[in-house]
Write a protein that binds this ligand. Structure first.
Ligand code: HXC
Length: 256
């Protein structure tokens, strides 16, 4: 466990687990929580021994969004100068796969944090939403963009313009979450362990390739995928993976 308590960082083998820990404010994403989270994630991203990351909240709330009490005091000028958008970009730049483990509320910035992750495992009582409109603002950390890409324009429009929250089951039906599990935290860590066992370079290339689908037109995306595939073919790990298949044994990937 680390010094800062707003984010509890621990390791489970090759999986880094960051737990948001501001229960008194429903894990509202204060500036120091965001700074600490980015610091933890970047440290793991630079560490070859960390192959997958889980970001989790508590049983009743993943995160209730940006800290409304701090936002209430923030002037327009401060908002313009505020560096938090840089923190969000740094999270999105993480090359290691990230899995959000969501139970309870993931609202506003909390929902955006889950959306920045590459996969979402939810508990049966998870609730997602972008309630910013009820505060007289709109999402400011990718909520309108990532959500629209995941669930489509009409549905995203409804959630962004009404602030309605969706249940875990509805989120599952929308393709917003990967799975809904009673043992949500354990299931997220287990999923992370599966990714962590795969060839590390291929995992990063795979993440990059899938992410590119949101950024590029089809032909350019396919050309980009081909380049990344060629890189994967240049690794030692793919020789090991293929030899292991032929020899009917488990591969031993080394990240080379
Ligand atoms: C600051 C918050 C907070 C938040 C809750 N609290 N959410 N403080 N920022 N986002 C505080 C409350 O003020 C209260 O403090 C304590 O946590 C408990 O909250 P309750 O409402 O009493 O708890 P509960 O009844 O369990 O309801 C939980 C909740 C509700 C459904 C999550 O708190 C809620 O609706 N919160 C706001 C959600 C929201 O609008 N998020 C969007 C934020 S804007 P006291 O001092 O009274 O004990 C945003 C923009 C992102 O995220 C932009 C990114 C750049």
């Amino acid at each position: 466990m680390t010094v800062s308590e707003v984010v509890l960082a621990e390791r489970d083998g090759a999986v880094g687990i960051a737990r948001l820990n501001r229960p008194e404010a429903r894990n509202a994403l204060s500036a120091d929580l965001m700074e600490r989270l980015v610091e933890v994630i970047e440290d793991w991203d630079a560490d070859d021994d960390v192959r997958c990351i889980v970001i989790a909240g508590g049983d009743d709330y993943f995160a209730a969004g940006a800290d409304i009490k701090a936002m209430r005091e923030r002037s327009f000028q401060e908002t313009m100068a505020n560096p938090t958008s840089v923190l969000w970009s740094r999270l999105a730049a993480c090359r290691t796969p990230m899995i959000a483990a969501v139970s309870g509320f993931a609202l506003g910035g909390g929902c955006e944090l889950a959306l920045i992750c590459d996969m979402i495992v939810a508990s049966e009582k998870a609730e997602f939403g972008q309630p910013e409109i009820t505060l007289g603002i709109i999402p400011g950390a990718g909520g309108t963009q990532r959500l629209t890409r995941v669930i489509g324009k009409q549905r995203a429009m409804e959630l962004v313009l009404t602030g309605r929250r969706v249940s875990a089951q509805e989120a599952l039906a929308m393709g917003f979450v990967n799975r809904v599990e009673k043992q949500w935290f354990e299931a997220a860590v287990e999923l992370a362990q599966v990714v962590a066992r795969r060839a590390p370079i291929a995992v990063r290339l795979g993440k990059q390739a899938v992410q590119a689908a949101d950024e590029t037109a089809l032909a350019a995306g396919i050309a980009y995928e081909r380049r990344l595939y060629e890189l994967a073919m240049a690794t030692e790990d793919r020789l090991e993976g293929m030899a292991a298949f032929i020899e009917k044994r488990r591969p031993e990937f080394r990240g080379r």
